[in-house]
Design a protein around this ligand. Structure first.
Ligand code: CDV
Length: 308
């Protein structure tokens, strides 16, 4: 069975004015640190190459397109791919994708240790709203700039491990993890940008927001007997705080490593994928214990219907 050292490369704030090239330099510095610590895979956050631009309301299409990548790798990210190949480290990171036929997605890719892209995921659960909302303390316009992902929740056997990806808000939905659990997932990589403040409940408090993130990642890991890596983009971006709290979780739901700052910070843990077996063969042996005849509502009904 495979043992890998998995690193989470939390990124601190990226300002609107920061270039992709400057961010890639920071990502490469974290990659170098990961290499010195023996990492085999490095997980970067959602929309890793730019500031979290969906907080800004834009109408001009050229202004919007500035934040999107039309190819991957491209000139800004090629040094990251080259460096990862030289160090023999697989990577996964998120970026805004514009397809050749004009579709817009919040995307992440995963490579093998030769920098070949082996998997792509497009974010399915898009939070927020599509028009300027005067009721919010700040905007979260993912529904304006992205379409829901069209690729589903897939997994890939990468470097001997069954790997899947999800992005930020996806981690709060058990369906995300279960769709990959049903394909035998052993490692779920999830990048996120989570504001430290709730735009619709300003007194919520950071502790509660960190707790909900951890709770979701730990539950997803335990209930599907898989490792989960959740990696933040954190820090204050042009006056807007994003929380940290990056963690690596084992298949029992225990936290193996945790970020302590809201800056560029590497966390790392040794993951023995044989540890996924026990849960998959006992309490979460889906074949023996799931009761799909009672789960019809999950795929036939979207919102709650109260009939009593
Ligand atoms: N980027 C995100 O998906 N952020 C959401 C916020 C808006 C709640 C999240 O679920 O963390």
């Amino acid at each position: 069975m495979t043992v890998m050292k998995i690193a989470g490369a939390q990124l601190g704030a990226i300002q609107k004015a920061d270039s992709r090239e400057s961010v890639v330099k920071r990502m490469i510095a974290l990659l170098d640190e990961a290499a010195t610590k023996g990492a085999n895979l490095v997980v970067y956050p959602e929309l890793a190459l730019t500031t979290f631009f969906p907080r800004w309301y834009m109408e001009n299409q050229a202004e919007i397109d500035f934040w999107f990548e039309t190819e991957m790798p491209n000139s800004a990210t090629q040094p990251l791919f080259d460096h990862a190949r030289d160090l023999n480290i697989a990577i996964t990171f998120g970026y805004a994708e514009k397809t050749p036929d004009g579709h817009y997605y919040n995307t992440s890719i995963i490579t093998d240790r030769h920098a070949n892209i082996v998997g792509k995921y497009r974010k399915i659960h898009l939070p927020g709203h599509s028009e300027y909302d005067t009721q919010r303390a700040f905007q979260h316009l993912e529904k304006r700039y992205f379409e829901p992902g069209d690729l589903g929740f897939n997994v890939w056997r990468n470097e001997g491990v069954v790997m899947g990806m999800a992005i930020c808000n996806d981690r709060r939905w058990p369906e995300t993890f279960r769709c990959m659990g049903l394909q035998g997932v052993e490692l779920v990589a999830i990048g996120y940008n989570t504001p430290s403040v709730n735009a619709q409940m300003s007194d919520e408090g950071l502790d509660k927001r960190l707790f909900h993130s951890q709770l979701s990642l730990q539950a997803g890991a335990y209930q599907n007997a898989t490792y989960v890596v959740g990696v933040a983009k954190a820090g204050v971006e042009d006056g807007h705080p994003l929380m940290g709290g990056s963690i690596i979780v084992d298949p029992d739901g225990f936290i193996l490593a945790k970020a302590m700052t809201e800056e560029d910070e590497l966390i790392i843990a040794e993951c023995d994928f044989a540890k996924c077996d026990f849960g998959k063969k006992t309490i979460f042996d889906f074949e023996r214990h799931r009761r799909i005849e009672h789960y019809g509502r999950i795929t036939s009904q979207t919102g709650a219907i109260v009939e009593v």
